[in-house]
Ligand binder design. Structure first.
Ligand SMILES: *Cc1c(COP(=O)(O)O)cnc(C)c1O
Length: 465
């Protein structure tokens, strides 16, 4: 076979891709007909495709390239580690320097007494760990019936059997026999869609109190934990009303359950603090981490665990769980280098004090656009809800996601990666984005929204359900 390279014609690459590559979250046959976009290289916030287009990646890949593309320090760290010790496991009473160094660094960065890490290779795996860890913890405390994990509809916690079960994505539950047993879902704090006549503040309390009701109905002696993202990411960058997290924290304090913060997106600077838990002043017993931990340069995830839970589990004998690549030395070395860069270049502080507020000022003005019903932003993650009727916060008459798809296509055409979740548009650009690139992002976003508005009016789609 010929060498397959960046220099092959796009159509040839697309044909091979269509023949042999099954894509995640994709209708394969439909994609095969039009061909996947081939990304060939990237630098800073810019992707280049096989046709030579330069595209501003306002999604940081999949919410993960926090320090931007093209940082050779991470490549060098990987190469050094591969030459010295490419692999060894951490199962049988062995360890290695990268796993030790990263664990110590994470303990230093994490809030409060989250001083222990159990390594995984992804966010999904880490959440599978969390299910077993939380249940094993209660078992070790003599409460084996505390097994139920409460999570939220439209939350995202990954795509493994465990992760997707914790998640509240109906289309995922519809395939493959999910959710697994003993997972209970409550409603999400999405005021724009579900808030009705309530004020956001009232609605936030109502949604939080569903947790207390669920604990009561299921029985506190049956509930192991509550898991949630500080800000729902894949669900559409749903920023909770201000009343939500304080009430959730009060309820978790009042009842004997663990709080698990899924920080896979919010962690490592995304919200303008090192962790979303700091932004929302919450005190989890366990945090799920992945994505920004290595800025996506190498696969790694983990569970950050508080002293009490770690001690209980450590004292209880073997924890019969782990992955071949738990604490993979190359991933750990890359993550360490990534964290060094985030710290030394004060990337979190810059998001909090400079680029975050700069983007926020512009992003929030989108609420004045005729197509936009609300604009939300925290740090470097933001969303806008498109609506045909602002006052009523109405949905479109067309099938959900139709307008979002139109808008995403306009963004593509304007060399901007902005994602749609239903008819909500979302961004989460690299934390290193400059104010000059924010200007370009906003210019392309507004142009794409204008074009979407024109297009759907022309096609008779600007109609409320
Ligand atoms: C992406 C994501 C996950 C899953 O991480 P993977 O690395 O894709 O397995 C879990 N939780 C949240 C909040 C995520 O955004």
């Amino acid at each position: 076979m010929n060498v397959i390279s960046n220099h092959m014609p796009t159509a040839d690459l697309q044909a091979l891709d269509a023949s042999h590559h099954m894509h995640p979250f994709t209708a394969g046959a439909e994609l095969a007909k039009k061909g996947a976009r081939v990304i060939t290289r990237a630098d800073g916030v810019t992707l280049t495709d096989s046709d030579g287009n330069n595209i501003l990646d306002a999604m940081s890949g999949l919410w993960c390239v926090n320090i931007g593309y093209g940082r050779h320090e991470l490549a060098d760290a990987a190469a050094r580690q591969m030459k010295e010790l490419p692999y060894y496991n951490t199962f049988f009473q062995t360890t290695h320097v990268p796993a030790i160094a990263l664990a110590a660094k994470l303990a230093e960065l994490a809030p409060r007494d989250l001083n222990h890490v159990f390594y995984a290779c992804s966010g999904s795996e880490a959440n599978d760990t969390n299910i077993r860890l939380a249940r094993h913890y209660w078992s070790a405390k003599g409460k084996p019936d505390k097994k139920i994990i409460i999570s939220r509809k439209n939350g995202y916690h990954g795509s493994t059997m465990g992760g997707a079960s914790l998640g509240g994505m109906a289309p995922m539950h519809a395939q493959g026999g999910l959710p697994i047993a003993d997972i209970h879902h409550i409603d999400q704090p999405n005021w724009f869609v579900e808030g009705g006549e309530m004020s956001p503040e009232e609605f936030g309390l109502e949604r939080a109190r569903q947790l207390e009701k669920a604990i009561h109905d299921l029985g506190e002696d049956k509930v192991a934990a509550f898991i949630a993202e500080p800000v729902q990411g894949a669900g559409g960058v749903i920023v909770p009303p201000e009343t939500y997290w304080p009430e959730i924290q009060r309820i978790c304090d009042a009842h004997d359950i663990l709080l698990i913060a899924d920080e896979v997106i919010c962690g490592f600077g995304r919200t303008g603090n090192w962790f979303g838990s700091e932004t929302y002043d919450i005190r989890p017993h366990i945090m799920t981490i992945a994505k920004g931990l290595s800025s996506g340069y190498a696969p790694i995830g983990g569970s950050l665990v508080c002293d009490e839970v770690a001690k209980t589990v450590n004292d209880a004998g073997d924890f019969n769980h782990g992955y071949t690549y738990s604490g993979h030395p190359v991933s750990c070395a890359v993550a360490l280098e990534n964290l060094r860069i985030i710290e030394e270049e004060q990337i979190v502080e810059n998001v909090r004090d400079n680029t975050g507020p700069y983007l926020a000022e512009k992003w929030l003005q989108l609420a004045d656009h005729p197509l936009i019903g609300e604009a939300k932003i925290v740090g470097m993650m933001a969303s806008v809800a498109m609506t045909p009727d602002k006052a009523a916060r109405a949905a479109f008459a067309s099938e959900k996601g139709t307008i979002g798809m139109h808008c995403r296509n306009r963004c593509f055409a304007n060399n901007l990666i902005m994602r749609h979740v239903g008819d909500r548009m979302i961004i989460a650009p690299p934390l290193t984005i400059t104010t000059a690139d924010i200007d370009i992002l906003m210019e392309r976003a507004v142009k794409s929204l204008d074009e979407t508005y024109d297009l759907i009016r022309k096609e008779g789609l600007y109609k409320a359900a």
